[in-house]
Ligand binder design. Structure first.
Ligand code: UD1
Ligand code: UDP
Length: 372
């Protein structure tokens, strides 16, 4: 079976890497990879670490790209590749513009689509933006939907998607996390390289690890988040470490507001093993990332999510994640509470991860071979 996997951003690459590894170990699959290059540097960091060598690279990223430009350029580029390669199936991941454009391009060429990480919903088409709409569209075109959890399957069923097309597999990010975590434990030279480049927390301090990039927080939301972090850094017993997303709508305001605080360390995006190491060192993670909400419970780290809704309510129910929105005062209050109240802290660190056992990719490949 000839499968063309298409992805383009950092999180898609991390989550598709285990699937590509499972394809490579199976002689019934001819696995082709097309990256759109929706991200450049942040994608290449992942391709390097997982040793992924794409057959096609559309190299599409432009500074501060718009959604319509991005979608139309990808639609044309991907269509050309599908026309040339005539795959039996296209595989896409998640809810990015790459996922949407690849799904649409495959549909126009009448090639069946498998959607990894199907069925996530907030129920609000603008939250997150544009991801909620992207994943609804992809789920309604795909004929194999790999749902990470039973709840995601339920979301799909309630939209009228046929049960026979849905496969509950767990999330492949857990496969990627376990692989990387084990590599970090076993590969001493990788471990010391990563530790040298990430010297946090410093003596007698607790590490607060921060990421943030959601489009719906651009402007006022991000400003409020930065003000909260500045305030928290006055405590003196914390190192606030923030690997800043390269989107100029994030990088510029964050750098402008937070560069001068002594306990705030703004970094370039970390490669995946360095970020996994950073999560392991963290006392608290403060983020709006989807992937981090899925990973952190496996490491026993509490996550304060700077959003008002999540498509991953499983981790909120499990207790590992709390939604805190983007208001300065709420973020400050919730971080203080986690730092100072041991009971609250412990209540968020001992949860079972609902997103899987690290074998999601094998299940996806098995289903594709038997049903695809
Ligand atoms: C994209 C996805 C979002 C996903 C996020 C993960 C869309 C619309 N958005 O958001 O769903 O959660 O990736 O990080 O699909 N840039 C660089 N170098 C890079 C990456 C980005 O310079 O390696 C800058 C460029 O100026 C680029 C801008 O960031 O134009 C925006 O990138 P884009 O992929 O459009 O949006 P993200 O905010 O990264
Ligand atoms: N990540 C990384 N380096 C960083 C920040 C995050 O490798 O500096 C990883 C993180 O572990 C997770 C993924 O990138 O697996 C999340 O990506 P991002 O926050 O860009 O996107 P989202 O998950 O919100 O779609």
């Amino acid at each position: 079976m000839r499968i063309l996997s298409i992805f383009g951003t950092r999180p898609e690459a991390i989550k598709m890497a285990p699937v590509l590894k499972a394809f490579a170990a199976n002689n019934k699959v001819e696995s082709l990879v097309c990256v759109t290059g929706q991200h450049r540097c942040m994608l290449d960091q992942v391709l390097d670490f997982f040793n992924i060598k794409p057959h096609y690279d559309l190299n599409i990223m432009k500074e501060n790209q718009g959604l319509a430009d991005l979608t139309s350029a990808m639609l044309l580029g991907i269509t050309e590749i599908i026309t040339r390669e005539r795959p039996d199936r296209v595989l896409v991941h998640g809810d990015t513009t790459t996922a949407l454009a690849a799904t649409l391009a495959a549909f126009y060429k009448q090639v069946p689509v498998g959607h990894v990480e199907a069925g996530l919903r907030t129920g609000n088409i603008y939250l997150p933006f544009p991801e909620e709409a992207n994943r609804i569209l992809a789920d309604n075109i795909a004929d194999m939907l790999f749902a990470p959890t039973k709840l995601a399957k339920q979301n799909l069923l309630s939209e009228g998607i046929a049960e026979s097309n849905i496969f509950v597999t767990g999330n492949t990010v857990i496969d990627a996390l376990f692989y990387t975590s084990t590599k970090l434990e076993q590969d001493k030279s990788l471990q010391s390289k990563v530790a040298r480049n990430f010297p946090f927390p410093t003596k007698n301090k607790k590490l607060i690890l921060v990421t943030g990039h959601r489009r719906e927080s651009f402007g006022e939301g991000l400003k409020q988040i930065c003000e909260a972090l500045g305030n928290i850094s006055n405590r003196g017993d914390v190192d606030v470490v923030y690997p800043v997303h390269l989107n100029p709508n994030v990088k510029e305001p964050v750098t402008e507001i937070l560069s001068e605080f002594p306990n705030i360390h703004l970094l370039q995006p970390l490669d995946y093993p360095s970020f996994v190491y950073a999560m392991k060192q963290a006392y608290i993670i403060v983020s709006d990332s989807g992937g981090i909400q899925e990973e952190a419970p496996s490491l026993g780290k509490p996550v304060l999510v700077m959003r008002t809704s999540t498509e991953r309510p499983e981790v909120v129910t499990a207790g590992a994640v709390k939604l805190v929105g983007t208001s300065t005062s709420t973020i400050i209050k919730e971080i203080h509470k986690l730092l100072d109240d041991t009971r609250t802290y412990n209540g968020m660190t001992k949860t079972k991860n609902p997103f899987g056992d690290g074998f999601a990719a094998n299940r996806i490949v098995k289903e594709i071979l038997s049903n695809g």
